[in-house]
Design a protein around this ligand. Structure first.
Ligand SMILES: Cc1ncc(COP(=O)(O)O)c(C=O)c1O
Length: 487
């Protein structure tokens, strides 16, 4: 029985996702043509060639100018931007109750909320330790305006939100003030899907809720009407690869009223005078879209949404689920010759409420941590694209490695003012072998069984090598065989 037979036996539902293999051979043929093993879908999705062709056709055939004027090329562009806005609202089931604001990316959407949310003394910002830095950064706005900041911790080893702790933090809100909870629907560190029921619970206790959907929406349906978050943010390149440079802030219409922009700029005002020192902000999304939108790219979002819909989110989800289960199971079974495990996984070791993001570190036969930068170097030699570091999510990493406030303060004190991740890592490795970073492998729309098997073959090539003497790895992509040279 081949490993593929074993996989198919363990995952009979994988057979129903065969259309994705056909698509990979056509719309994503460049991956195999370049012998690439792409495992960084949480970093960015890959686009289908057909998306780009359709967009290029539009750009080469239509005369499109800067929107929001009354000339024909401008009106044609305005129509396309508005058509895309309507398609985004429709896709996320928010038509009529949500406003879609185009931003450069998810971080841009988060910054808009951070700077406009009515934080004030007596109010609170509650974050989960598992959050992207662009969510963590919102605390700067909250604290500058005198709001209290709290972090809800995670449980170990699964890195899920500690729900009793979250409950007691939620209970501390004074409903007379503005309180904001922000958490990721899916972790970009561990792949954990956090409970979306938290949205209703928190809103019932007087909180506004911001859902960071950036790592969730590439493989899951976000239904705004069913979940009712006050804010949801995302970057479209994570969903379907192209275009980059366009993200979105989805805001409940009634919550939009409570936001106050700290400035105005081109495109956001109905009226401004120099001598009168007055301005009147535009209503709805226009008051939040600073300057000229990335207007030529925006229609590619509608093309991307159609592409996702035609592939089918359920099909993608099934495929990613099966592949992730296989990857985790096989990685955890890897042993050095002396019986010691080769891999430490961060986050859930099963498929319960988790997506296709798998974060790990390798250990040598003596149990020493292998530097993740060396792994990235070796993986790159065999055309594997994975991601290493802390993935802009320091809280999840700190919890996973049991780094204490003392460790962090000592690190900052020791390394000094020009601290960076490399120097900090060096410090931690000498303080009990802790790691400030890890290796992330993530799957998505165009992933297949061969991608996973090739990564597993790469992982197996590290068997019995010591941390300092890992040599060069040669990898035959056709036969999926690893040839080692060097000690
Ligand atoms: C969960 C999550 N939130 C926010 C972001 C920020 O996205 P962007 O860099 O596109 O602004 C990312 C990007 O990796 C992410 O994974």
């Amino acid at each position: 029985m081949t490993t593929y037979d074993q996989f198919r036996q363990r995952h009979p539902t994988y057979a129903a996702t065969g259309a994705l293999d056909t698509l990979r051979a056509s719309d994503y043929a460049r991956i195999d043509a370049h012998k690439q093993i792409y495992l960084d879908y949480t970093g960015g999705g890959l686009h289908a060639a057909s998306q780009v062709h359709e967009h290029a056709r539009m750009l080469s055939e239509d005369v499109l100018g800067n929107p929001h004027s009354a000339n024909p090329s401008s009106m044609a562009m305005t129509a396309r931007v508005e058509q895309t806005r309507a398609a985004v609202l429709e896709y996320f089931n928010g038509t009529g109750s949500y406003t879609a604001i185009f931003t450069p990316n998810a971080s841009g959407a988060l910054k808009l909320v951070g700077e406009s949310y009515p934080f004030a003394p007596g109010g609170r910002l509650l974050l989960t330790a598992d959050n992207h830095n662009s969510v963590n950064g919102m605390r700067e706005f909250a604290q500058a305006k005198g709001a209290m900041l709290d972090y809800a911790p995670l449980t170990r080893p699964d890195l899920r939100i500690d729900l009793p702790a979250m409950e007691s933090l939620l209970a501390q809100a004074d409903a007379a003030h503005a309180n904001l909870l922000a958490f990721p629907a899916q972790s970009n560190f561990s792949g954990v899907k956090h409970p979306l029921t938290l949205i209703e619970t928190a809103r019932g206790r007087g909180w506004h809720v911001l859902l960071d959907a950036a790592a969730f929406v590439p493989t899951n349906r976000l239904d705004l009407r069913a979940l009712s978050p006050d804010f949801a943010v995302m970057s479209f390149y994570k969903m379907f690869g192209y275009p980059t440079g366009v993200g979105c802030l989805l805001v409940r219409n009634e919550t939009l009223e409570s936001l106050r922009r700290p400035w105005f700029g081109g495109g956001t005002v109905n009226f401004a005078t120099v001598q009168g020192h007055m301005h009147v902000l535009s209503g709805g999304e226009a008051g939040f879209e600073d300057g000229t939108l990335n207007y030529l790219s925006i229609p590619a979002v509608e093309i991307g949404l159609r592409h996702l819909q035609s592939v089918g989110l359920e099909t993608i989800q099934t495929r990613v689920h099966c592949l992730t289960d296989w990857l985790i199971t096989r990685l955890l079974a890897l042993r050095h010759g002396n019986g010691r495990p080769m891999v430490r996984l961060y986050g859930p070791a099963n498929m319960e409420q988790r997506g296709g993001t798998v974060t790990l570190n390798f250990y040598d036969p003596e149990g020493h941590l292998v530097d993740y930068r060396r792994i990235e170097e070796l993986a790159s030699q065999v055309n594997i694209s994975l991601r290493t570091g802390c993935f802009c999510n320091p809280g999840a990493g700190e919890t996973a490695e049991e780094l204490t406030e003392d460790d962090l303060r000592a690190g900052v004190a020791e390394v000094g003012a020009d601290i960076n991740l490399q120097r900090f890592l060096h410090f931690l490795q000498h303080r009990g072998g802790k790691s400030a970073g890890a290796i992330r492998v993530s799957m998505g729309l165009a992933s297949n069984f061969a991608d996973v098997e090739r990564f597993l073959a790469f992982a197996e090539s590290l068997r019995d090598q010591t941390a300092l003497s890992i040599g060069t790895v040669s990898f035959d992509i056709e036969s999926c065989r690893v040839v080692r040279d060097g000690g």
